[in-house]
Unconditional design. Structure first.
Length: 64
């Protein structure tokens, strides 16, 4: 029984993972817009995501 629950959890986690940093950034922006408070956990994540987007492997995606 425990292995079925673990497999289900792994399957759901894989389906919810962002495919790339662009998708992750869009998801963060969507969550920020959904939250009406000024102090939002997701705002703190933006600099790290942008830093990862600036990596050379993403140059062709973002046109750098």
């Amino acid at each position: 029984m425990e292995t079925d629950e673990t497999a289900d959890l792994i399957d759901r986690r894989e389906k919810s993972a962002c495919a790339n940093k662009e998708e992750e950034l869009n998801e963060v922006y969507a969550r920020i817009e959904a939250v009406q408070t000024g102090n939002c956990y997701f705002k703190k994540k933006i600099p790290g995501i942008l830093k990862k987007c600036a990596h050379k492997k993403y140059r062709n995606v973002f046109g750098f």
